[in-house]
Ligand binder design. Structure first.
Ligand code: PA5
Length: 448
């Protein structure tokens, strides 16, 4: 069974191998508590079993709902959600879709776009302007059912949809994904009679991409959710209790990043060399940032896309403060083939590359950069996948989720809560005069 690999050879010049392997016992302990569901935040461990245990009837229902939406010949499918309620779907869809799908004349799949992940008035206005001209449907996703950003966007888009297709037509074009019983969205969905899917109680937002939260939009976008789950299952199977760091890449990655942190590397940059992986990096940043950044602890997760960002962030990474390590998503082969052509005049001096695949040039940029950054004091973890497809993205999802849980426990935090996210909400509600926040409003007015 071929699966993704973790390569720590480019770390060993910075931390001795034993500093990494010394984490084996601690990782074993955390592994037991994750699989046995006994540690901190253990009521949010439902994601651990999702790949192997997702109900066939749920999958069939998601595929059926996706098909019904696709049969409406929509140009656009809107995913309304924020944080874990949209990033996983976006990461998968953008990794897999045509890089210029929005410009293709002959489309097999609707263009998936996003709303409710910001409060930009111009963003929403522009979206409405475009939707006047397009056939569309949407899903609104909020586990709590009370998050302001998606609720605002949904209020506006629901009204647009109802004006365009009538109330009954709109109802057929809306799928709600939320809590089984509580929250404003649940109540609205019940009253309006929308098709609804449940975000399981025991799965937090950032670990929810393999629930309907991710699976429904990914299926509407035209990608194979069974292959995605199959990839995740391969990782789940590797994650057996008592597996050594050499057998379990998730344990190895978790141990290595903790050893690097201990050596003073407080920033991890996830590096990709494929523009399509930009949102996978965004999802990863949320997963690790929200899971580990608490109690004054945590590795700061940053992301770059190379070679693009070698011409912006490359300077800092090479020579700035030496508190960084990189984790490189190394993709074995491109899906399409493009070769550098011969040019008789050779005015650009590129004939030495003639006949080479663009991907091979990219791989040499990858290797050259890793070696330069190592010389500059930046350790480099490699995560190697053979190519980008549903199965390998599924592997990466489970790989990162499990690594994050193991790593967070090793840091000594609860990787499944996000108490810090409430602070801005409290202030925003106080400033906006939300009913129930009267004393906060009074207190905050004194500060400004
Ligand atoms: O990971 C998380 O829990 C968060 O990022 C949530 O997904 C985000 O805040 C959105 O929450 P909700 O789905 O309740 O609207």
């Amino acid at each position: 069974m071929k699966t993704l690999k973790v390569d720590i050879s480019k770390v060993l010049g910075f931390v001795p191998k034993e500093d990494i392997y010394n984490y084996q016992n601690e990782i074993d302990r955390h592994h037991r508590s994750i699989l046995g569901k006994t540690g901190k935040g253990n009521d949010f461990l439902g994601w651990v079993d999702l790949p192997g245990e997702t109900d066939e009837s749920l999958l069939l229902s998601i595929l059926d709902s996706a098909q019904k939406i696709r049969e409406k010949n929509i140009d656009v499918f809107i995913v309304i959600g924020i944080g874990g309620s949209y990033l996983g779907a976006r990461a998968v869809i953008e990794s897999l879709k045509h890089n210029f799908s929005f410009l293709l004349n002959k489309k097999n799949n609707p263009e998936v776009i996003y709303a409710g992940q910001n409060i930009g008035e111009d963003y929403l206005y522009d979206l409405l302007e475009v939707l006047d001209e397009k056939e569309y449907a949407l899903t609104v996703i909020s586990k709590s059912g009370t998050t302001t950003e998606p609720a605002l966007a949904f209020r506006i888009l629901k009204s647009h949809l109802e004006n365009k297709y009538g109330k009954a037509g709109a109802k057929e074009r809306i799928i709600a994904i939320t809590d089984e019983s509580k929250g404003a969205l649940k109540q609205l969905a019940r009253e309006e009679g929308y098709t609804t899917y449940v975000v399981p109680d025991d799965v937090g937002g950032r670990y929810s991409v393999l629930t309907p939260v991710g699976l429904l939009p990914i299926a509407v976008a035209g990608f194979d959710i069974r292959a995605l789950l199959a990839g995740a299952k391969k990782m789940q199977e590797l994650n057996s209790l008592g597996s050594s760091l050499d057998e379990n890449p998730m344990a190895l990655y978790a141990a290595t990043r903790n050893a690097l942190l201990k050596s003073g590397k407080v920033i991890e940059i996830l590096v990709n060399y494929q523009p399509s992986l930009f949102y996978l990096t965004e999802w990863w940043k949320q997963l690790f940032g929200e899971s580990e950044g608490k109690e004054g602890k945590g590795i700061f997760p940053a992301g770059v896309g190379f070679t693009t960002d070698l011409h912006s962030m490359g300077q800092y990474i090479q020579e700035g403060y030496r508190m960084i390590f990189e984790t490189v998503l190394a993709v074995g082969k491109a899906k399409k083939k493009l070769v550098v052509p011969m040019d008789d005049a050779n005015l650009d001096g590129l004939n030495y590359l003639a006949g080479k695949r663009i991907h091979d040039v990219n791989k040499m940029a990858e290797l050259g950069t890793a070696l330069a950054h190592i010389d500059g004091g930046v350790p480099n973890i490699g995560i190697i996948v053979p190519e980008v497809n549903e199965e390998t993205i599924g592997e990466l999802i489970y790989f990162f989720e499990m690594s994050c849980a193991l790593s967070g426990y090793t840091l000594g935090v609860n990787p499944f809560d996000q108490p810090g996210v409430e602070a801005y909400k409290k202030n925003m509600f106080a400033l906006l005069g939300k009913p129930g926040f009267e004393s906060e409003t009074e207190a905050i007015r004194k500060k400004i």
